[in-house]
Write a protein that binds this ligand. Structure first.
Ligand code: CP
Ligand code: NVA
Length: 305
């Protein structure tokens, strides 16, 4: 039994296999629908935080595959408060064929997986967003003709989305650069992992402070919110710290060429990205959102099929 918790557990070949399947499922869906590969299967969706894309894409994805998804909201099961995670995992495993969980602390989804007897999928934790990373790799593949040797630049907070993006694209041989203000970059342990991955894949990792230097020659410029869910109390301080890191028309001009612009959404327009860029010709943000559906269907078929 496999889980989908952290892209560190998925080799470049395993990620490529998921992407191939995701592309096939996408093409089939466009031609009238996918086969009911998960007929009669049930997926629980546990949310400790809000969601649009994750919830809707998992629900629709399960339905397209002939299965069912049921959403459990933040006030319902009380992970670790009303009931312990080991008890939740073991009880839930008696009803459903898979569990997706969006949690605050990453250790919660790890503990769920430790006790569950069905596959567990990380639908975002404080430090990882692997479903997003896979959908992003798929989007880069489609828009840049591949991921290997592409320059993918993340500008802003080196957060959960940045980490999973880096893991996915570096494992696929990309040159990944991240530009964050001092104090908001990856910690040493993450950098070491990404660097080791780059050595193995032929990709590379570059860490910078200056976003304008980072975006030079970019095939992709990616950004995300400066204030992730759970960091609301730090909002004012963070918005100040990220001054100069907005992805805007001037930054795009510095990149040269025509880099694709990516954002996992939700966007805070006027903060990390301008309307002009988010809605501009280079933006692929809604293709990314769509690819969550296809990428997750591939994960579901591999894990639950
Ligand atoms: N990108 C993403 O995970 O969106 P939601 O928070 O709306 O699910
Ligand atoms: N980094 C953001 C991503 C939201 C999809 C957060 O964790 O809130």
């Amino acid at each position: 039994m496999q889980h989908f918790i952290d892209l560190d557990d998925w080799s470049g070949d395993a990620i490529r296999d998921l992407l191939t399947l995701a592309s096939r499922l996408k093409a089939e869906q466009k031609q009238g629908g996918t086969a009911p590969l998960l007929q009669g299967k049930h997926l629980a969706l546990i949310f400790e935080k809000p969601s649009l894309r994750t919830r809707v894409s998992f629900e629709v994805g399960m339905s397209q595959l002939g299965g069912t998804a049921l959403r459990i909201g933040p006030d319902e099961i009380g992970m670790g408060t009303r009931e312990s995670i080991p008890d939740i995992a073991r009880a839930m495993s008696r009803y459903v064929d898979g569990i997706m969980a969006r949690v605050f602390g990453h250790e919660k989804v790890v503990e769920l997986a430790r006790w569950a007897t069905v596959p567990v999928i990380n639908g975002l934790s404080a430090t990882h967003h692997p479903c997003q990373g896979l959908a992003d790799a798929m989007t880069i593949m489609e828009h840049c003709g591949g991921v290997q040797d592409r320059r993918v630049v993340f500008v802003g907070d080196a957060n959960n989305v940045a980490r999973s993006l880096g893991q996915a694209v570096i494992r696929l041989g990309a040159h990944f650069a991240v530009a964050s203000p001092p104090g908001y970059g990856f910690d040493e342990e993450v950098l070491t992992c990404l660097d080791n991955d780059a050595k193995a894949s032929g990709g590379s990792l570059e860490v910078l402070y200056d976003p304008l230097e980072a975006v030079r020659g970019a095939d992709v410029i990616y950004t995300d919110t400066w204030v992730s869910m759970g960091q609301e109390a730090e909002a004012a301080q963070r918005i100040k710290a990220f001054d100069g890191y907005q992805v805007n028309a001037e930054m795009l001009a510095k990149a040269g060429g025509a880099p694709k612009v990516m954002h996992c959404l939700p966007a805070h327009r006027g903060q990390e990205i301008t309307d002009e860029v988010a809605d501009g010709a280079n933006s692929v943000i809604f293709d990314q959102a769509e690819n969550r559906l296809h990428a997750q269907k591939a994960i579901l078929v591999r894990l639950l099929g």
